[in-house]
Design a binder for this molecule. Structure first.
Ligand SMILES: [Zn+2]
Length: 351
């Protein structure tokens, strides 16, 4: 048996084994290749989608496999083996399982929503633009969820396909009216010591001194289905703190949330998106009494939240206030920051 044929046969066997483990325990996805469909370059991802969706491409793959891949280059063998792996997986799963596995939650990150006369910038999105984006997600039948919901679903297995989580960092007062008007489930991460005050942590920039939601407003949002999560107590760069201050920043944010909003499970977003092993550990270990704890944390690294993405490292795609509508669509569909020209380049040249 030649090397190429063996590679393709092994891929099919690996797929069968991984699906068997998944059936036995869905949590096995955390460590298996099966749980990483989107964790790849854009060109590879496009090929995966092609091989698993387009019958002609699949037939070509079958033909390649059938003739034992004689004379195939190593690179083509690798791509074909990947194709065989995912084709086999798809044939063994139900359509619902397959879409849940390959179309994991995409978490969007916003900051402030601009008023009528404010200019768009990275952190400030004009209200109309935001509303147009939400309308598009609705029209395309994406499912909206809070981060807490997604964290719970992931802990037990798969989230429903095409789930989108709309998140806002810092807790700006301007978030409230548009979110309530749109009736969209969302998650707002608040800087607990600063609630009701303003952004004092930025030395400069358009967000400096911007008003923050107070606890009464946050309680009203929470009652309307908006999740309120933690974003530390004072918005430091967590990775630069001593172990004691790190623990204090996170624990006191959780204590504040419990005191103001009640006991239960909360989610967290790392200030400035910065985290490391110690930060993750501190968030996971924090306890706020009455069973209050952080069950997941989001960073600002882009990507689809495949089952293998760790619960305290959830990927988020930053939506900048200046992004075009086309970029927005690409970012939601692909779960990562990209522009049309970058997408084209990576498809053509594998960059
Ligand atoms: Zn922030």
């Amino acid at each position: 048996v030649n090397v190429e044929r063996r590679a393709l046969r092994d891929a099919a066997q690996r797929a069968t084994d991984d699906v068997t483990s998944f059936r036995r325990d869905p949590r096995s996805l955390a460590t298996s290749e099966l749980g990483r469909f989107n964790d790849s370059g854009l060109r590879n991802l496009a090929l995966r989608r092609l091989f698993t969706r387009v019958p002609l491409a699949a037939r070509l793959l079958g033909w390649l496999a059938g003739r034992g891949g004689d004379g195939m280059s190593a690179k083509v063998t690798l791509l074909a083996a990947e194709g065989v792996y995912w084709r086999t997986v798809r044939s063994l799963l139900s359509p619902g399982e397959w879409s849940g596995l390959t179309q994991g939650p995409v978490i969007l990150m916003y900051h402030a929503i601009g008023g009528a006369r404010e200019t768009a910038s990275r952190y400030i999105i004009p209200r109309e633009r935001f509303e147009r984006q939400i309308a598009w997600l609705r029209a395309r039948r994406y499912r909206f969820a809070t981060l807490r919901q997604v964290a719970e679903e992931r802990a037990g297995g798969l989230s429903p396909a095409r789930t989108v989580v709309v998140t806002f960092d810092d807790g700006y007062r301007d978030n409230a009216a548009p979110l309530l008007a749109q009736r969209v489930p969302a998650t707002i991460f608040v800087v607990t010591e600063c609630a009701g005050g303003s952004n004092e942590w930025d030395a400069e920039g358009p967000l400096r001194e911007r008003a923050l939601l107070g606890w009464d407003e946050l309680r009203a949002l929470s009652a309307a289905g908006i999740e309120v999560g933690g974003h530390s107590s004072t918005h430091p760069i967590l990775t630069s703190l001593s172990p004691e201050r790190l623990e204090e920043e996170i624990r006191s944010s959780l204590l504040n949330l419990r005191r103001e909003l009640g006991p239960g499970h909360y989610t967290f977003a790392y200030p400035h998106g910065r985290f490391n092993a110690q930060t993750k550990q501190a968030v996971e270990a924090a306890r706020g009494g009455d069973n209050a704890r952080y069950t997941a944390a989001a960073c600002s690294r882009g990507g689809v939240n495949d089952p293998a993405v760790p619960q305290y490292e959830l990927r988020r795609v930053e939506i900048k206030g200046t992004d075009s509508f086309l970029s927005f669509i690409l970012m939601v569909e692909l779960g990562r920051r990209t522009t049309a020209s970058q997408l084209l380049r990576s498809l053509l040249f594998g960059e």
